[in-house]
Design a protein around this ligand. Sequence first.
Ligand code: CU
Length: 203
Amino acid sequence: MAHEEKGGGGHGGLVYEYIYIAIIVAVLAGFISSLGYYSFALNINPACEAIKADEEQLQEIQQLAFSNPVVEKAPGIYDVYIYGRQYVWIPSTITLENPKQVTFYVATGDVIHGFEIAGTNVNFMVLPGYISKFTWYPPSDLEGELLLLCNEYCGVGHQLMKASIIIERSGEALDTTSDSGGFIEELISLLSITSPTGILAHG
Ligand SMILES: [Cu+2]
């Protein structure tokens, strides 16, 4: 490398430059491949599906959250409507019986909120003017009370913004999930649950 240098000055400068370039390229390659690893191998993606919504559609989510937040479309297949505003999630308690697939539709009435179910891979942002849609495949052995919190600072009462997701399992349904539930989805949610989802979602 140094032989390309013109003139008779010190021949070390260019070598250092190439070393620095190599280090920077290596660091960038590391960042990009770790992004790819989290995204494709672990299926941890910071963004949910954000659907652009007008005032009417946002109000519809709000009304459903108040009146009929949990819709069981088929056994274990749920649609859940949640409305966030400073400093509450509406409704404050959601009960799911033997859930296999849960699709959340979430809207905010004011500022940006962060929708996170602690200990799971459910972690996405809720933006004003959008409906956030996220489909979750809860592991078949997951049960009990989970904490739904807001992980995006939204004002002075931010730390009060929480709700409960209660997962009930009956023995009968546990047996059927093992053969009817998708193995890949279960594997992905198992892998995701042990990974630091919070770090990525805040990026
Ligand atoms: Cu908040």
